[in-house]
Design a protein around this ligand. Structure first.
Ligand SMILES: Cc1cc2nc3c(=O)[nH]c(=O)nc-3n(C[C@H](O)[C@H](O)[C@H](O)COP(=O)(O)O)c2cc1C
Length: 370
């Protein structure tokens, strides 16, 4: 392990955090006709949020889609959905996905500040930069080139921070302009700012302005490379970025059962939808100048899960999965973002069978270190 990715003393003592993908769009998180006992409706999701907070999950991440795509035929809006989940829970933090372009930062700053007051400051944002050109065309939004999308997102984040913390805020950017603007009320506490994406532009933006970097599923080596890169760049500016990694968890009593469940998902994959998704995501990571980033090297099987979640390999028995989570922590991961086939039942199972093992392994490591 290189020095840049060695966990800091702070991180060694800090418990790894768990988040789940909110299924606020229909069709679940795999492009497969396999049975999914998951629903995108609000009643299912309120109950899911309550189960998750009782099971040891600290965060829930909503998704934003303005149109259907590859299975997500119906999509609830992320800020209003986040608010509904916050109103149904007591300690869960909910992260609302925000897409610059359709949203203006003044609107987002105001909405989030108000919801912060209604919910004890438990709303965070995930600034996403866009991968779905067809969606932008459908709603008459101009589609920018890859790195221009990130330049806009960075201005968006700088504006949010400024408006949330300063009176008479002024900003003269290429995308946004503010003149002596004062937001009242400001949020009760500074909302955390997450971002999604893995390209060079995404990593540089994280190193400069974001609190959290969310990345697609990957191997330990692939994640370590990103962590090293971001930590090296952010060290120069003294900015600390936390790392969240996506994984599609399939945890069963035995490794064989978990593998069989994965095979079932892949056997029932919808090939036309997976290929169409593959075609569309070429607008993301592969369209970046360095041709890295999300989905740039994903196989057909990887793409059956929207965010390469099989690659992280949290597939196996509770003991195996707990150990792999500790391996992620060892390369600098602060949070694991999880998707499931049958959300309510599997989050409960994960809370009972995996999180206690993770906590026991963390305690054991702390004892050894001491
Ligand atoms: C955890 C995570 C969540 C994301 N959520 C959304 C979303 O809700 N809506 C959306 O349009 N894009 C979403 N994205 C896509 C990213 O914003 C970005 O467009 C994509 O990852 C490609 O980035 P890259 O080219 O920098 O790799 C998400 C990405 C990640 C990693």
């Amino acid at each position: 392990m290189s020095g840049a990715s060695s966990p800091s003393a702070h991180q060694k003592t800090e418990a790894i955090k768990f988040a789940y993908w909110v299924p606020n769009v229909s069709g679940g998180l795999v492009i497969s006709k396999v049975e999914q006992r998951t629903s995108w409706d609000i009643d299912y999701n309120r109950k899911l949020a309550q189960i998750a907070e009782a099971s040891g999950f600290e965060y829930a991440l909503t998704q934003i889609r303005f149109t259907a795509g590859y299975g997500a035929e119906y999509q609830h809006e992320s800020v209003s959905f986040s608010h509904a989940l916050l109103a149904a829970t007591e300690k869960l933090n909910v992260i609302a996905a925000i897409l610059p372009g359709p949203w203006h930062p003044a609107v987002v700053a105001k909405q989030v500040a108000s919801i912060s007051w209604y919910t004890g400051g438990r709303l965070a944002v995930n600034i996403v930069s866009g991968w779905f050109r067809g969606e932008f065309q459908a709603i008459g939004e101009h589609w920018l080139d890859h790195d221009e999308r990130y330049r806009r997102s960075e201005e968006f984040i700088r504006v949010l921070r400024g408006v949330w913390s300063q009176d008479d805020f002024s900003f003269a950017g290429d995308f946004y302009r503010f003149r002596a603007y004062t937001l009242k009320p400001k949020p009760v506490s500074p909302p955390e700012i997450f971002q999604g994406g893995s390209s060079r532009a995404a990593r540089d933006m994280a190193a400069r302005v974001s609190d959290w970097y969310f990345t697609n599923g990957n191997t330990i080596e692939g994640i370590q490379k990103q962590v090293d890169d971001i930590r090296a760049n952010s060290a120069q500016s003294g900015h600390r970025v936390k790392i969240g990694v996506n994984a599609f968890a399939i945890v069963r009593d035995t490794a064989e059962e978990a593998r069989a469940a994965l095979d079932d998902i892949l056997t029932h994959a919808d090939p036309d939808a997976v290929r169409a998704f593959h075609h569309e995501v070429q607008n993301a990571g592969a369209a970046s100048p360095e041709r890295e980033g999300n989905w740039a090297k994903s196989s057909f099987e990887d793409l059956v899960q929207y965010n390469d979640g099989f690659k992280t390999n949290l597939i196996g028995s509770p003991e195996e999965v707990a150990r792999r989570i500790l391996d992620l922590k060892a390369v600098g991961v602060d949070l694991v973002l999880l998707g499931f086939l049958h959300f309510q039942e599997e989050i409960e199972f994960f809370g009972k069978r995996v999180i206690p093992l993770v906590r026991a392994l963390e305690a054991e490591q702390a004892r050894l270190a001491a």
